[in-house]
Design a protein around this ligand. Structure first.
Ligand SMILES: [Zn+2]
Ligand SMILES: [Zn+2]
Length: 138
């Protein structure tokens, strides 16, 4: 995917962020943890270089969903914002739909279908994986 400079933020606007540089992965995660974090059937994520991610306004709260995973969200409105895994500190995932232009980052596949809710049917024709291509999402 092309190099970009893109901005995003939470629903209430208390948190604004910016990412520069290439989006190296864009996917939809169906794992149990993302489902709970988003209170949604699945959550779309876009991966960027962690060094190119900056918070421009506000201060997200952090939740450790496992020993190696830090997730952030807005403490005012609850919007899920980022995912970072300690095994891959050079990357950060942002929730694709917290970006101002999610259409610029179409997903290429679905992960963790093994955790899926039975009634979730996307029908977008994208490849699906029972787990992640990149390891444990928790
Ligand atoms: Zn907010
Ligand atoms: Zn997930």
């Amino acid at each position: 995917m092309p190099a970009v400079s893109s901005e995003g933020g939470c629903l209430c606007g208390a948190i604004r962020y910016r990412v520069d540089g290439p989006c190296s992965n864009s996917m939809i995660c169906h794992c149990r943890t993302c489902r709970r974090v988003g209170a949604a059937p699945a959550v779309a994520w876009a991966t960027f270089p962690a060094s190119q991610f900056t918070i421009q306004r506000g201060r997200p709260l952090e939740y450790r969903s496992s020993a190696s995973v830090r997730r952030t969200f807005c403490g005012e409105c609850g919007t899920a914002l980022t995912y970072a895994h300690s095994d891959e500190p050079e990357f950060i995932d942002v929730t694709t739909c917290s970006l101002d232009e999610p259409d610029a980052f179409p997903p290429t596949h679905h992960s963790w279908l093994s955790h899926d809710v039975a009634w979730v049917k996307f029908g977008d024709g994208l490849p699906t994986f029972p787990r992640s291509r990149y390891g444990d999402p928790a």
